[in-house]
Design a protein around this ligand. Structure first.
Ligand SMILES: *Cc1c(COP(=O)(O)O)cnc(C)c1O
Length: 407
């Protein structure tokens, strides 16, 4: 008799986005003339830029000729692409070996799969609120107890609130795997070098491993803020970094990312190099490499022209963030983020819960956002608006909030 993985039963049935979809559907059915504006999901909207389209086309053309055709490639990714990624790190003052870099089909799969190379008895710590994949993948991997009210036993929640500028305190006891995301989804906060150093020092002391999600690194415009955890001394001995072409190059549908697992990384019961070897083993067993066509597109992203065009995309979205922030602040709403990250994290007025504010926004302004409580218990009383959208649509949403939100 086949039996399912019982850990799936602990998940609260993917509560957040289906619930948003359900309430939005019901509102649209009751208000057929209302134009619903979606600032809820972090999905890119602007087309691929010319240099990148050419790179992808050239990749297809290579497959059309016997001389340049390729089939399965190196599971770690094209060496030229890993070289281009390593070159980007040198601009942060970080040197990486090519075999520390693993090209993948995106940061979501890597951030979900990385837990599988660590034993079930690791204590896992997550920022609260957090990108839901970190929690759910560890639940599925059997590294937590059961859940109730959106919290799982055995998981260490590190609250990120206004009081600590949305960067967590160090865990009190000993934890083994620590997920950090900066620039942060959902809060839009960006960690400083000093803040990251507190965690790197903790991890080195306790032989813990930090899993650092830098998917929004390209949205940082303040040059003092770190774009990689490896800008902190000692981080190569304790941190894995995950990144993606999705948000910076509009590859959400194209699919390409990378993970850095330094050979210098040590964990409690393994020598340096062990974690790197395990991730290689995991990837060569379960993954057959990112699409070769897409990797040609990735190479184009990392050319000088590609970077120039991507920076224009980022600037476009960040202008949206500025519009959203200016509108909310003009209404007297306290907000955070939106300066070096494409998310604005607002404090709900009058102590409303996140879902109460969701309903109010939808009913009064027809704008859909994301309730902060869906990202973890400390997100209660907050609400996320995404800067991904066409400028005209963001302007329309902002105008509607301006005129129709009753405060
Ligand atoms: C969007 C997002 C990702 C997903 O990246 P993909 O490369 O598209 O899978 C990863 N981490 C965070 C925090 C994100 O918001």
């Amino acid at each position: 008799m086949a039996k399912v993985n019982p850990h799936y039963g602990k998940l609260q049935a993917g509560y957040l986005f289906p619930e948003i979809a359900k309430r939005t559907r019901e509102f649209a059915a009751d208000n057929p003339d209302a134009r619903v504006m979606r600032l809820g999901i972090g999905n890119t909207t602007e087309p691929l830029t010319p240099a990148i389209v050419s790179g992808l086309h050239a990749g297809v053309d290579k497959l059309a000729s016997a001389d340049t055709y390729t089939g399965y490639g190196d599971e770690q990714g094209f060496s030229e692409l890993r070289e281009a990624i390593a070159k980007r790190y040198t601009t942060y003052g970080v040197t990486l070996d090519l075999d520390d870099i693993f090209v993948s089909d995106g940061a979501k799969s890597d951030s979900a799969n990385i837990q599988s190379i660590f034993g079930e008895d690791n204590v896992v710590a997550v920022q609260d609120p957090a990108y839901p994949v970190y929690v759910d993948s560890n639940v599925i991997g059997g590294k937590t107890g059961s859940g109730s009210d959106g919290q799982f036993d055995g998981l260490v929640y590190m609250p990120c609130t206004e009081e600590n500028n949305f960067f967590p305190e160090l865990p009190e006891g000993k934890v083994d795997l620590i997920y950090l995301c900066s620039p942060n989804n959902p809060t839009g906060a960006v960690a400083t070098i000093q803040q990251l150093k507190t965690f790197v020092d903790y991890a080195l002391e306790h032989k813990a491993v930090i899993i650092f999600d830098a998917a929004y690194a390209s949205f940082i415009s303040d040059s003092r803020l770190p774009r990689s955890i490896y800008e902190v001394e000692g981080a190569k001995e304790c941190a894995i970094e995950i990144n993606s072409f999705s948000k910076e190059a509009g590859f959400t549908g194209v699919r390409l990312g990378w993970t850095v697992v330094p050979k210098a990384l040590v964990c409690e019961d393994g020598d340096a190099g062990e974690v790197n070897r395990l991730w290689l083993r995991r990837q060569t067993t379960m993954f057959n490499g990112a699409s070769n066509v897409v990797q040609y597109g990735g190479l184009a992203v990392l050319t000088e022209q590609g970077q120039k065009e991507c920076q224009e995309l980022v600037t476009y979205y960040m202008a949206n963030a500025k519009r959203i922030r200016a509108c909310l602040e003009g209404l007297g709403i306290t907000c955070f983020g939106g300066e070096n990250a494409p998310y604005v994290w607002l404090k709900t007025p009058d102590g409303m819960t996140s879902w109460e504010f969701f309903d109010k926004m939808l009913n009064e302004t027809h704008v859909v956002g994301t309730p902060g409580s869906g990202f973890g218990p400390a997100g209660e009383g907050y609400f996320r608006l995404s800067a991904f959208g066409h400028k005209e649509d963001i302007e329309e949403a902002v105008a509607s909030i301006q005129s129709n939100l009753k405060l």
